[in-house]
Design a binder for this molecule. Structure first.
Ligand code: ADP
Ligand code: ASP
Ligand code: MG
Length: 407
């Protein structure tokens, strides 16, 4: 008997009508003879509201464990409602909170990682002929407290459950009908991809394509989970995430992404001597702040440097605070913070064997008068940091320049 994990995102369970619709879809699969384990998100908008409540009480230095206690609650509502809706459909079902489903994580509250899933509770439920409905986005930490997996984390819950149960497929149902060459809400000419490699999907997700949480793709790649992105509203084929060997045809560039979750920090007139970068980035690492793009420019006399880097917007206030603390010790002039930037990236495995990809990107942006503030590259992607006001223009121009536009 085929076993599938089906995950439904926030818009797919946004109200009672949609929850009934999801129940009917799950029921069809069960009646067709598949065993189904469901993972759900909170109703669309709920998690944002919960986060706002937390930061309304304590804007920056909130206790992450209490944050998790609050923001994990949205999923508790949808699992119960969906289990009830399934029973109305005549399908025996029961809800599972993360801890009840044996989802154990590390203790990094608000961005925890799944360490292990005890498959017994879900397996017993399936063997009893019932559909388990599991709360996505949450688990239990080593201290016995509720943890959450970072925004968009239900995708990761679904893939991890699929791996733990040895499922034949993990279907991610969402409000678009697959993975597109760019965010279809921003680039109207974006095309749906029939297939995409794990590697490309991993880059696209980590560079801003929030259709899948990055960690979910990494897990799928590692545990060879067959992953598919589909529409929960329409019955049309979605996008399959596959190995490179399974690609029928490959493009040089498979996608153009953007991330608004960027903020630029410039540390001005730092003395240019060995150890400065270590002294600057050490305290940030200790505070678990991830630094992404880094650019250093040295003054003409070689005595001073300006160091520019990016962090996640949520970490900007803390970053500036930490740097101000070490300012006297390091002797720099000042710290500038700019949250109005975006990172735009082009991704494709074809880049490995083709020259001129970067040049085309820089030329396309130059022709639109868009200034590049930082650059970073890997084997299969090029990212640039630009002013936020140009995000959509840059995305559409690049999409056209690499021949990705739908005709
Ligand atoms: P869910 O609530 O189902 O998890 P998300 O909002 O997290 O849904 O993810 C789906 C959204 O991802 C789409 O509505 C779309 O705007 C956005 N998105 C960004 N990049 C892409 C892409 N390359 N392909 C498809 N969707 C994308
Ligand atoms: N509800 C959580 C969020 O909004 C998890 C998810 O939707 O995947 O981030
Ligand atoms: Mg999501």
């Amino acid at each position: 008997m085929t076993l599938v994990v089906q995950k439904f995102g926030g818009t797919s369970v946004a109200n009672l009508e949609r929850i009934r619709h999801v129940a009917a879809r799950v029921a069809r699969h069960v009646r067709a003879g598949e065993r189904v384990c469901v993972v759900v998100s909170a109703m669309a908008g709920t998690t944002n509201q919960l986060v706002e409540w937390v930061t309304g009480i304590e804007p920056v230095h909130y206790d992450r464990a209490e944050y998790d206690t609050v923001v994990a609650s949205g999923e508790q509502v949808t699992i119960g409602l969906l289990a009830l809706a399934l029973r109305r459909e005549g399908i025996p079902a029961r809800s599972f909170l993360g801890w009840q489903a044996g989802i154990r994580t590390d203790g990094a509250h608000s961005k925890a990682r799944i360490v292990e899933i005890d498959p017994v509770p879900l397996r017993s439920c399936l063997e009893a002929g019932m559909v388990p409905v599991v709360a996505g986005f949450q688990g239990i930490g080593p201290d016995g407290r509720i943890t959450t997996l970072g925004r968009g984390g239900s995708d990761t819950s679904a893939v991890a459950v699929a791996a733990a149960l040895g499922a034949d497929r993990c279907d991610i149902f969402t409000d678009v009908d697959g993975v597109y060459t760019s965010d279809p809400r921003v680039v109207p000419k974006a095309r749906k991809l029939e297939r995409i490699t794990y590697e490309e999907m991993l880059e696209m997700a980590s560079l801003g394509a929030k259709v899948l949480q990055t960690r979910s793709v990494a897990l799928a790649m590692r545990y060879r989970v067959r992953l598919q992105v589909l529409s929960s509203f329409e019955d049309v084929p979605g996008t399959l995430v596959v190995d490179e060997e399974e690609m029928v045809e490959s493009q040089i560039i498979s996608g153009v992404t953007y991330s608004r979750d960027e903020a630029k920090v410039s540390v001005l007139r730092v003395q240019d001597r060995p150890g400065v970068a270590a002294a600057l980035f050490g305290p940030l690492a200790e505070a678990h702040i991830n630094v992404d793009m880094i650019v250093q420019s040295v003054s003409r006399d070689g005595r001073y440097a300006n160091i520019t880097f990016t962090v996640s917007r949520a970490d900007l206030a803390r970053t500036v605070e930490i740097l101000e603390r070490v300012r006297d010790q390091l002797g720099f002039e000042r710290v500038d913070a700019d949250p109005d930037v975006v990172k735009v990236s082009v991704v494709g495995v074809g880049m490995r064997s083709h020259a001129g990809v970067a040049h085309r990107m820089f030329r396309t942006l130059a022709e639109r008068g868009i200034n590049i503030q930082a650059i970073s590259t890997s084997e299969i992607k090029i990212s640039v940091l630009i002013a936020e006001e140009y995000a959509e223009l840059a995305l559409r121009a690049l999409h056209a320049a690499y021949g990705l536009d739908r005709s």
